[in-house]
Design a protein around this ligand. Structure first.
Ligand code: SF4
Ligand code: SF4
Ligand code: SF4
Length: 308
């Protein structure tokens, strides 16, 4: 679904988002300097229709799922992202009931959070993951060596590996539709289709303002917490909820960015690797010397034999 400028404002619902479409992204995927983009997920609006999952699958040309996107029975058990599914919607019962005592579930859409200071980017030793200026955390399969450090380092357990592909397995995750939509100034696939505007796209600072405004205007509806504002240094995808996030499976995380940990491990590893490198270098030198000596000795013996 291509959104024109007017459609974008309807989806975004943020009047001040004008700079978004005025910014261009060049063919190399490097955006002209501008503000980081994001998405505000309002869990109090989500109805668990899975239209976002379906749109993601279509935009990203993912294999068709075993059960159709109309089949809401899949919501009966929690799901995780996979190499074939970049976003999932889960239904969570938190004990909230309506006036008739019937349980009122919360639906939560999960995908890569597009962290401002991404642990996966820091952990990747070959620069296969990079954070673009527009906020998308991008994966380049041609650089990837399959070490899967990104999977271990991600605080949200997002990246998945194509174990099913023995020849050219790749790491898979939500791309923020960087290549498919953002570079053309279009709204990511999942966001554009949400029928209840549970997903709002725009510059992150304006999404934060919108989130604060919603909390202020309807304090009974929301808890006083914007998930992703500060967690692990901030994320591009932000969440509003009526119940605490840990009850929805979004864990409590420190405000400090996680990259410090993998960086420390990597630096430790690299410094540890110096010892074998020096050792191999020394062994190589000794072997060369021994070889030269042996050759010199053999030549001397030949010369002696020729003289006698
Ligand atoms: S959520 Fe995980 S995979 Fe996504 S940007 Fe953050 S660290 Fe990387
Ligand atoms: S932003 Fe794009 S890749 Fe990410 S979940 Fe939405 S549709 Fe899928
Ligand atoms: S399309 Fe919107 S309402 Fe439907 S599941 Fe996704 S986020 Fe929720």
């Amino acid at each position: 679904m291509n959104l024109n400028r007017r459609d974008f404002f309807r989806v975004a619902g943020i009047a001040a988002a004008t700079p978004l479409l005025d910014r261009s992204v060049d063919a190399a995927g490097e955006e002209s300097p501008g503000e980081s983009l994001g998405c505000l997920v309002d869990l109090t609006r989500c109805i668990g229709c899975r239209k976002c999952e379906q749109a993601c699958s279509a935009v990203q040309r993912l294999p068709a799922p075993e059960r159709s996107f109309d089949d809401l029975l899949v919501l009966e058990r929690p799901r995780r992202m996979s190499s074939r599914t970049y976003t999932v919607v889960n239904r969570v019962h938190t004990g909230v009931v309506d006036e008739h005592g019937r349980p009122v579930p919360t639906f939560i859409k999960l995908q890569c959070m597009h962290c401002l200071d991404p642990a996966c980017v820091s952990a990747c030793p070959v620069g296969a993951l990079t954070r673009k200026e527009n906020g998308a955390v991008h994966y380049n399969a041609s650089r990837c060596i399959g070490c899967r450090y990104c999977m271990v380092s991600c605080p949200f357990q997002v990246p998945c590996y194509e174990y099913e592909d023995p020849l050219t397995p790749r790491v898979r995750k939500c791309t923020f539709c960087f290549e498919q939509r953002l570079v053309e100034g279009k709204v990511p696939g999942c966001i554009g289709v949400c029928p209840v505007e549970a997903l709002t796209f725009g510059p992150r600072s304006q999404l934060l303002e919108a989130a604060r405004r919603r909390i202020q205007e309807d304090p009974g509806r929301y808890i006083q917490h914007i998930y992703g504002e500060k967690e692990v240094g901030g994320t591009g995808w932000l969440y509003l909820s009526g119940v605490s996030f840990d009850r929805l499976g979004l864990q409590k995380l420190p405000e400090r960015p996680m990259p410090k940990l993998p960086e420390t491990i990597q630096h430790g590893l690299y410094s540890f690797l110096w010892a074998p490198i020096v050792l191999f270098g020394a062994l190589g030198g000794i072997m060369k010397l021994t070889e030269r000596k042996a050759r010199g000795g053999a030549a001397g013996e030949r010369e002696e034999g020729a003289e006698s």
